[in-house]
Ligand binder design. Structure first.
Ligand SMILES: [Zn+2]
Length: 118
């Protein structure tokens, strides 16, 4: 897994880690540095402020890779019936589980963003 570090623009203190250093990130838009206590814009937005395209991007930016892998496995499984159903389930479960897990995490991020935006 690749982590991205976010730095305070004033003192270069590390203010956070995220899995996604690119694209849409949810947050109040500004942060206070725990080291120098200055407030800076961190490029985040709350969910209600996002455009429909940004919402799609937030949900699907890397999800589509997992989803399409799973669909490819489904297609192969349907094509090659030699693969037993149980084997197939075992082979594809990690992709599906990971997909569900990251969708769940994103759901929680959206909920807490909506709370903050109130
Ligand atoms: Zn700082």
């Amino acid at each position: 897994m690749v982590y991205y570090r976010h730095y305070c623009p004033y003192c270069n203190h590390v203010t956070g880690l995220s899995l996604r250093g690119y694209g849409v990130r949810l947050g109040s838009g500004s942060q206070t540095c725990s080291s120098c206590e200055r407030t800076f814009k961190d490029g985040t937005k709350e969910w209600p402020e996002l455009t429909p395209q940004e919402k799609r991007e937030f949900l699907w930016k890397d999800q589509w890779i997992l989803a399409s892998m799973w669909v490819i496995f489904l297609a192969i499984g349907a094509y090659k019936r030699g693969f037993s159903n149980l084997m197939f389930l075992v082979a594809t479960a990690p992709f599906f589980a990971f997909f569900l897990l990251s969708m769940t995490i994103r759901g929680f991020q959206i909920l807490s963003s909506k709370q903050r935006a109130k």
